[in-house]
Design a protein around this ligand. Structure first.
Ligand SMILES: Cc1ncc(COP(=O)(O)O)c(C=O)c1O
Length: 500
């Protein structure tokens, strides 16, 4: 037996699984280049005997090394070190570099906590402003629960969620073309928790996760916190680039692919049904799960129905997360997941370990809110209000976008994704706008690495028509000043680029 094997120590009293201990130690040995390229690792049975563990434990450890690309398994021959893999997965941040990018992400997240006052024009927030919250209706629903359930409203709830609410949510999903039952529903304290639970229940350190480029930074942070390794795949006007996606899938064998197929955050891009179906096919061929974050599918402004990848999911590959923040009240922290059966238990365990259950009082009140038909009324009102804002923003952009600025025109949702003239950094514009009490989201927040510094996201969720008018005219003035003061020489008129 090779000498390096004597250095591997396993201890069943450690909190991490035995296979993780073996995987991590062999990974370190390989990465420190102690082994030769193509060197054969010990046979599974031999290593298991020498470490006094089960053969399945070693198989699992070798599987993880294979997924990292650090070894290659040759059927009937054995498992071999593969240093070429480092080049193969070079685009994925590793070790130090990975830690650095983790820190960068955390910094980016804290940058999100911008201080806004009541007179700030807030293009940064993608959540409705408090004047749009249906407070009176929700108060009625709350009172009804208190009068009906008394103390029961304050007990621990089933970790999967309050049964009657799960029924209503399943009905709601059916209206959106998803065939499901309450048995598949997990109630969550907001979509962010949902993403975190999926990461917690499904991912092991070192697992690969593919995301869109750009993507939602809260999801990146959740995946990182579980030790996942991320790679981003570019977007086209009808969704993720499938050629790049398939290439990355082949190279990294991801466990999870995280997508926002309707009015993607931040670009506003929506996937065509064809792309959605192709993603299901890929998940079957290459054996991964899709995490679909459908945060604002309700806001389709051009008449066509919005689709979901889940509605095409014939093979239980899609974990579907729906937030109630954008179309209801973010502070309630409510949402749901439709969970494929094979991972339901893992998710309930993750939920139990996280917060036992989502507030029973709020779940019961939401159920009453649905029961009285207030939900549909609220969605209708919000959609009408957002549509007005959307049209106002669009018309300003159509007429007045400064030279060199481009913007994707989404077919719905809350976000406009702009690009400033080359060389004009959004962070600089951000500082100048902040002086005028205007905030927006600099694009760098949405990139895993190598941000496009000229990008920014403008959201219409928390600004009324008057604020859109005042805020955009000020922003346009600032960009024009910036244009003429610097070395930047934009050549094209500003333009809105329609999204398919
Ligand atoms: C795409 C996306 N998913 C999830 C979330 C988190 O939503 P929630 O408030 O439901 O946790 C956000 C919040 O901004 C988001 O933009």
């Amino acid at each position: 037996m090779k000498s390096w094997i004597n250095h591997i120590k396993v201890d069943e009293h450690y909190t991490s699984h035995l296979y993780m201990q073996i995987y991590q130690q062999i990974k370190e040995i390989i990465l420190s280049k102690e082994l030769k390229n193509n060197e054969r690792l010990p046979a599974v049975r031999k290593l298991a005997t020498s470490l006094h563990v089960n053969t399945v434990t070693v198989v699992k450890a070798y599987d993880l090394l294979e997924r990292d690309g650090l070894v290659i398994k040759r059927i009937g021959s054995g498992t071999y070190v593969n240093y070429d893999a480092e080049e193969l997965i070079g685009a994925v941040p590793m070790d130090d570099e990975w830690e650095q990018s983790q820190i960068r992400q955390l910094n980016q997240l804290s940058e999100r906590n911008i201080t806004v006052t009541s007179d700030t024009i807030n293009f940064a927030s993608a959540n409705p402003s408090p004047d749009l919250f249906p407070v009176e209706d929700f108060k009625k629903a709350l009172l009804e629960v208190l009068e009906r359930d008394h103390g029961f409203a304050f007990g621990y709830q089933d970790s999967r969620g309050y049964g009657p609410l799960r029924n209503r949510v399943a009905e709601l999903a059916k209206k959106n073309g998803i065939h499901t039952t309450s048995e598949d529903i997990q109630i969550i304290s907001g979509a962010q928790q949902g993403i975190d639970l999926v990461a917690k229940g499904l991912l092991q350190p070192g697992d690969n996760v593919l995301i869109e480029r750009p993507s939602y930074s809260g999801a990146m942070a959740a995946f990182y916190s579980r030790g996942a390794r991320l790679r981003d795949i570019g977007m086209e006007k009808d969704g993720i680039n499938l050629t790049s996606l398939e290439k990355a899938i082949k190279e990294t064998r991801p466990k999870l692919v995280y997508l926002m197929p309707n009015f993607q955050n931040p670009t506003g891009i929506s996937y065509t049904p064809e792309k959605m179906k192709k993603i299901i096919e890929l998940s079957e061929t290459y054996d991964f799960m899709v995490l679909e974050d459908d945060y604002v599918n309700e806001l389709a402004f051009f008449g066509e129905p919005s689709h979901s990848i889940k509605s095409f999911d014939t093979h239980q590959r899609v974990i579907y997360i729906k937030s109630f923040s954008k179309m209801f009240m973010p502070g309630l922290r409510l949402g749901y997941i439709i969970v494929p059966k094979k991972i339901f238990n893992a998710l309930v365990l993750a939920k139990q370990a996280t917060d036992i259950s989502t507030s029973g009082l709020l779940q019961r009140a939401l159920e009453r809110y649905f029961y009285h038909g207030m939900w549909e009324r609220n969605i209708k009102q919000l959609t009408e209000e957002y549509y007005k804002r959307f049209c106002h923003m669009k018309s300003i952009m159509e007429k007045e976008l400064p030279y060199g600025v481009t913007c994707l025109l989404p077919r719905g949702g809350l976000n406009f994704w702009l690009k400033l003239p080359d060389g004009m950094e959004a962070s600089e514009l951000y500082s100048r706008a902040l002086d005028k009490n205007i905030v927006f989201a600099p694009g760098s927040l949405f990139y895993l690495n190598h941000p496009v510094r000229e990008r920014l996201r403008i959201s219409i969720a928390a600004v009324n028509e008057k604020q859109i008018e005042t805020g955009m005219h000020e922003m346009i003035r600032l960009i024009e000043q910036f244009n003429s003061s610097g070395n930047i020489k934009p050549i094209n008129r500003g333009q809105l680029e329609p999204i398919l």
